[in-house]
Design a protein around this ligand. Sequence first.
Ligand SMILES: O=C(O)CCC(=O)C(=O)O
Ligand SMILES: [Fe+2]
Length: 462
Amino acid sequence: MAMSTHIVNGVNASDDASAQVCSAYDNEGGCTQDNDVESACADKDEKCATYVEEGACAANPGYMTHSCAASCNTCNAVIEAAKGAVARPCTDDDYRCLEWAGMGECDNNPGNQFGIEQHLSQNDSERKITEARLAESIKYMNTVWTDEEYKSIRHKCRNQHKDCTLWAASGECEKNPTYMHLNCAPACSTCDKLDIRHRCPIKPGNEVIWKAGDLNTLMERIVDDADGSGDYKRYNPTALSRPILKRDGSPAPGVEKDGPWVVVLENFVTAEEADRLVEIGKTQGYQRSADVGKEKPDGSHESKVSDSRTSHNTWCKEGCFDDPLVAPVVDRIANTTGTQVKNSEYLQLLQYEPGQYYRQHHDYIQHHKEKPCGVRILTFFIYLNDVEEDGGGGTHFPLLNITVQPKKGNAVLWPSVKDEAPEDKDGRTDHEALPVLKGFKYGANAWIHNRDYKEAYKIGCQ
Ligand SMILES: O=C(O)CCC(=O)C(=O)O
Ligand SMILES: [Fe+2]
């Protein structure tokens, strides 16, 4: 079923009976083409006669009254509409609309709607600029509905507020783009921004923090204390896996097998800090964990609950990250990894009940590569309670044959990317959270990104 997309007739308000209908506007909202009442009342659809025979004047007055005013004898209604202070804001574009609506086509084929009916101000100058903007929107939406380029987002391109067009006419698309581009996309002519791939470009200045070699430099500094400062000594760092050769080409002492970095830091958080994170998690309430799901047509991703991950989690955002016992932990993670707080996702607080687990997976998310947050480069995982040796719940790296047992306050960190190509996944750090067999397990994930995550999150581009 083909539907055209003509949506709104702009009507020039006038107080007297010799109302004029404006059919075109200039940039300032002035009417460039005044037609007299006679032409306003003329039939505008060459099939009017046929429709009338089919009884459409009565069956579908929404379309016929205005489009076949002569044949339906509804000239007065057109003049009244033109006289009224509010323009006829939205009309059906085909006399069969009513019939189609009855068949459920508004839901099945919501093509010719572009959102909430737009309010035209009573104030003359506002009204003029709004009408001019409306005329632009109509033109633009015709393109959106015909051009292949907009196929994936055209159904989502709607004005979500009655004042979108007035706001757009007053410069709000430029002043307040985050809200306007999404919620008033027809008014701002920004339907393309509904596609996350267009809305979220990587802007100049948002640089990656790791170049080739930076991963090994950091990890050698942590584990070998190569800078001699002793800063990391207090965590008694242990590399459970590491590259067989150091950056200077010398063999890493005691290392027999080449591998990615997996490093344990002891007592990274105090017992008090760990308890506070668990307490905040409980107060906020843990929800069933979800994974990244399928890509949606607009380029964003579904989140999906699946059997591969049965834990519960909550996020440490407002009211948590600024807690006096939490803020130092967040800062410490950034300092220890030579990154900045803005590179890290908000802490994810995890709870595993007996029997719960997270099957083998990788923390690297491919689609982040083209996003302003960049890819996850490091996972910094903190254990917030002890789980007994025979209590399960270990973090297991199946490709490396390593299991780290949860110990309150300890952290384990590993890269998601390769040292020589820090945007690319290092598949060797696949891991799983083994089922907890006894008691509960609590933990906190900090996923550190190669670009500014917090800014990307703020604008919905993560
Ligand atoms: O709970 C663990 O030991 C690891 C959790 C994990 O891998 C994750 O949440 O991505
Ligand atoms: Fe993970």
